[in-house]
Design a binder for this molecule. Structure first.
Ligand code: AMP
Length: 280
């Protein structure tokens, strides 16, 4: 497994893999790897690709008051995880390799970024799409793997790839959860044991919302209020949003007659956590 930091080095590594007849999958991450990330790596391997994992805490997707400096970094452990999961190449560039001093071009996302996480994090998805477009151009993968955990991100990346005619096939993999239902996240390590207990209420609220829909409730407003009540009862008062949206367009749904995405963002202590559930 090669572990490289420069654009030229990863291009050379990819060229070697290609000349051995392999197709290339890219798994973009911000590191502090966990079972959610490795599920993407394993899926890419199962699809018979050589796997390139990028590890880059992307500064342009963090707002000025967000946790860029505090974001967990675990470079050595991440390399070990990649080795265990038979990754072919790790690309861990410096910020200046991706954003050299002359850099000034950005991808700008449209209305898909104006809802859900985009409301509280202006510019976040522009930063995400900019770095993903750069990684696509550097690695030139045949396929790129993302998690449904970041449901809005997955929809926006698909939109960008389609709008900009970017070649890789976009593959979105299911959410990996702990035994208690909490979705794996690098930010979970900010939680104290008590807060982690409280965080289980996210999935519980989503599950309760789904149950109400499956019992016949069609009013999205009622579902949202029900979920909000459950979060409050669990002590989770700092709710950023709870939405019932169309899974493809992310537009708010008021009467539920087709599959919907239930999604939420809350703050527990210093950790901002998101989760979602597709209700067929
Ligand atoms: P991150 O390092 O948080 O930027 O995540 C990198 C990729 O891993 C993104 O495509 C995420 O959606 C995905 N991911 C993160 N957590 C999970 C999870 N619990 N299950 C599935 N995919 C995940």
């Amino acid at each position: 497994m090669s572990v490289v930091r420069t654009v030229q080095q990863i291009r050379n590594a990819v060229t070697r893999l290609r000349s051995a007849g392999r197709s290339i999958a890219l798994v973009p991450t911000m590191g502090a790897l966990h079972a959610g990330h490795t599920s993407l790596i394993d899926a890419a391997r199962r699809d018979a690709h050589a796997v390139v994992v990028s590890i880059f805490v992307n500064p342009t997707q963090f707002g000025p008051s967000e946790d860029f400096d505090a974001y967990p970094r675990a470079a050595d452990a991440d390399v070990e995880v990649c080795r265990k999961h038979a990754v072919d190449a790790v690309f861990a560039p410096s910020a200046s390799a991706i954003y050299p001093p002359v850099d000034e071009t950005r991808v700008r996302v449209g209305p898909l970024a104006a809802t859900m996480c985009g409301r509280g994090r202006p510019g976040h998805f522009d930063g995400v799409c900019t770095v993903v477009a750069k990684l696509f151009a550097i690695v030139r993968p045949d396929a790129a793997y993302f998690g449904q955990k970041d449901a809005q991100q997955a929809v926006i990346i698909r939109r960008m790839a389609s709008d900009l005619f970017l070649p890789p096939r976009i593959v979105v993999c299911p959410i990996v959860r702990g035994p208690d239902g909490l979705a794996m996240s690098s930010r979970n390590r900010f939680l104290t044991p008590d807060q982690r207990q409280q965080a289980v209420s996210l999935f519980a609220a989503l599950g309760a919302g789904r149950d109400r829909i499956q019992q016949g409730e069609r009013r999205a407003g009622v579902i949202v209020s029900h979920m909000a009540r459950l979060l409050r009862a669990a002590g989770t008062c700092d709710v950023e949003y709870i939405v019932v949206v169309d899974p493809g367009t992310l537009r708010d749904v008021s009467d539920i007659h087709a599959p919907v995405l239930l999604a939420l963002a809350v703050k527990i202590g210093s950790a901002r956590l998101i989760d979602n559930l597709l209700v067929e």
